[in-house]
Design a protein around this ligand. Sequence first.
Ligand SMILES: *[C@@H]1O[C@H](CO)[C@@H](O)[C@H](O)[C@H]1NC(C)=O
Ligand SMILES: *[C@@H]1O[C@H](CO)[C@@H](O)[C@H](O)[C@H]1NC(C)=O
Ligand SMILES: *[C@@H]1O[C@H](CO)[C@@H](O)[C@H](O)[C@H]1NC(C)=O
Ligand SMILES: *[C@@H]1O[C@H](CO)[C@@H](O)[C@H](O)[C@H]1NC(C)=O
Ligand SMILES: *[C@@H]1O[C@H](CO)[C@@H](O)[C@H](O)[C@H]1NC(C)=O
Ligand SMILES: *[C@@H]1O[C@H](CO)[C@@H](O)[C@H](O)[C@H]1NC(C)=O
Ligand SMILES: *[C@@H]1O[C@H](CO)[C@@H](O)[C@H](O)[C@H]1NC(C)=O
Ligand SMILES: *[C@@H]1O[C@H](CO)[C@@H](O)[C@H](O)[C@H]1NC(C)=O
Ligand SMILES: *[C@@H]1O[C@H](CO)[C@@H](O)[C@H](O)[C@H]1NC(C)=O
Ligand SMILES: *[C@@H]1O[C@H](CO)[C@@H](O)[C@H](O)[C@H]1NC(C)=O
Ligand SMILES: *[C@@H]1O[C@H](CO)[C@@H](O)[C@H](O)[C@H]1NC(C)=O
Length: 418
Amino acid sequence: MLRSPLLLAAFLTTTANAQTLIEAISKIPTLSNFTAFYQANEPFANALFANSSNYPITVLCPNDDAFAAFQAQFGIPLTDAPPETLLELVQYHTLVSNLSADNFTDDGGKGVTTPTLLTNEMFNNRSVGTEMASRFGGAARASGQVVFIKSEKTGGSARRFLLSRQSNGVSQASVRSGLQSNVNLTTLDDAEGLWDGGRFHIIDGLLTPPTMCSTTIRNAKLTGLDTALNRTKLWDALDGGKNLTCLGPNDKAFSDAGSPDQKLNETTLTGALLFHTLPEVAYSDYLVDGQEFKSLQNGTVRVRIEGEGTERAIWFNNARVVDANVLTHNGLMHVLDAVMVPLEEMNATATPSASSTPTATGTETGTGTGSATSAASSTGAAVATTLGSGSWSWTLWAILGTLVVMLEGAGGGWLLMA
Ligand SMILES: *[C@@H]1O[C@H](CO)[C@@H](O)[C@H](O)[C@H]1NC(C)=O
Ligand SMILES: *[C@@H]1O[C@H](CO)[C@@H](O)[C@H](O)[C@H]1NC(C)=O
Ligand SMILES: *[C@@H]1O[C@H](CO)[C@@H](O)[C@H](O)[C@H]1NC(C)=O
Ligand SMILES: *[C@@H]1O[C@H](CO)[C@@H](O)[C@H](O)[C@H]1NC(C)=O
Ligand SMILES: *[C@@H]1O[C@H](CO)[C@@H](O)[C@H](O)[C@H]1NC(C)=O
Ligand SMILES: *[C@@H]1O[C@H](CO)[C@@H](O)[C@H](O)[C@H]1NC(C)=O
Ligand SMILES: *[C@@H]1O[C@H](CO)[C@@H](O)[C@H](O)[C@H]1NC(C)=O
Ligand SMILES: *[C@@H]1O[C@H](CO)[C@@H](O)[C@H](O)[C@H]1NC(C)=O
Ligand SMILES: *[C@@H]1O[C@H](CO)[C@@H](O)[C@H](O)[C@H]1NC(C)=O
Ligand SMILES: *[C@@H]1O[C@H](CO)[C@@H](O)[C@H](O)[C@H]1NC(C)=O
Ligand SMILES: *[C@@H]1O[C@H](CO)[C@@H](O)[C@H](O)[C@H]1NC(C)=O
């Protein structure tokens, strides 16, 4: 399409004219279901998308595959769901910024944690930090739950910051939402993706609003961590607290460390878990090399960052992050390949896993805390392919639970069976 620059210029000129979101999306064939969804819910959709006090926004529009997957899983078309049950879901698909493909690629491959319009405390019991607030239009506007967007095509060192452009002008990235769900993002260029309120891009699955730590940890099948938390009295604090970053060792980390989840007594285990919990929200893109946190147990946790782009690797003390930015309603979790040892013991203690001994080269930021660099994630290469296939169903079940109750109350007679 649009091979000639003249044609492209003409197209750009035409689309530069004002157009609403519904006008813009109805031109994209793969968004036919989302277009129908918008039309079926016009008052509700207009309140969000035709409301200039929300602008600029970027709408992540689920394509027809996403709608089909929803229908296959839940037995009803999303288009038929009553709007009041969909508010949070639609808010979560709306980013509070005007974001083009460049915004997802000029970050050095760290990724961009981006706030949405979803502010309900059930899904967002966290507050925005000063750096994210200043980047996204102030604390009030940037206070919603986040998604984490990361370019997929950052390639090797030579083309580290280049996102390869396909012939039709689209670019690929991934969007992480709650319960480790990842969907693919196809960015649209100015010719297709601009509308009065900002931009829109296409995703191939619905986003999952983040939920409780307990649900998230069990969904991630982190059995050692689940065992440890079950043996202590920390679940209420972890689920009911605010602004928490959980540094969660994976099962191999627990067994490498001699199964402390089973062997430590409750007091010692509680201290160890509090050492793995930070009282603030630390998304990977905001972490800088040398940064230190004081854990809830009061021990110091130090960040180490090596490499850039897809090579960027993050450690907390001796433990490497193997899955970054597992979003929860009150913060996030980074999954670790080792149980952390106190900083003072790092040199004295044998490192529990091979990957925990980085080479001392190529830190990209130098030391320092709180620099205003933007995004970052280093979903460790080992687990970068962990697509949360189907995992979003947990939260959708929660949302749909409300829907079922309403429908049954209204005598609607729908039965949602898994
Ligand atoms: C998506 O749109 C197609 C074409 O209009 C329609 O046949 C199909 O039922 C829709 N699917 C859903 C899940 O809405
Ligand atoms: C527009 O959005 C603002 C805040 O985002 C909200 O307070 C207001 O009620 C909305 N207006 C309409 C007409 O829905
Ligand atoms: C997105 O990119 C534009 C153009 O480079 C820039 O002005 C804007 O600040 C970026 N937005 C964010 C949230 O970083
Ligand atoms: C949010 O956090 C506060 C503590 O700051 C807690 O009292 C409240 O119950 C939490 N809400 C949810 C929905 O988790
Ligand atoms: C959450 O974090 C924000 C920003 O770091 C801070 O201003 C706020 O006081 C914190 N809230 C709680 C309950 O810790
Ligand atoms: C994203 O793209 C990959 C590779 O094309 C594919 O395997 C995966 O199923 C896609 N994810 C979703 C949610 O469609
Ligand atoms: C979004 O950014 C583009 C430039 O990248 C600009 O042309 C457009 O007017 C912006 N839209 C809004 C609503 O700010
Ligand atoms: C932890 O406790 C919950 C609730 O009792 C239970 O469902 C889960 O299986 C337990 N996890 C482990 C690993 O034993
Ligand atoms: C728990 O274990 C620690 C370390 O092994 C020990 O010092 C402490 O006395 C034990 N506490 C109880 C209540 O058994
Ligand atoms: C950490 O230190 C603070 C103040 O110094 C104290 O109130 C708190 O009890 C300590 N926490 C632990 C787990 O030792
Ligand atoms: C470990 O040893 C190195 C080199 O001897 C030193 O620079 C570093 O500060 C030590 N780390 C800790 C936590 O003591």
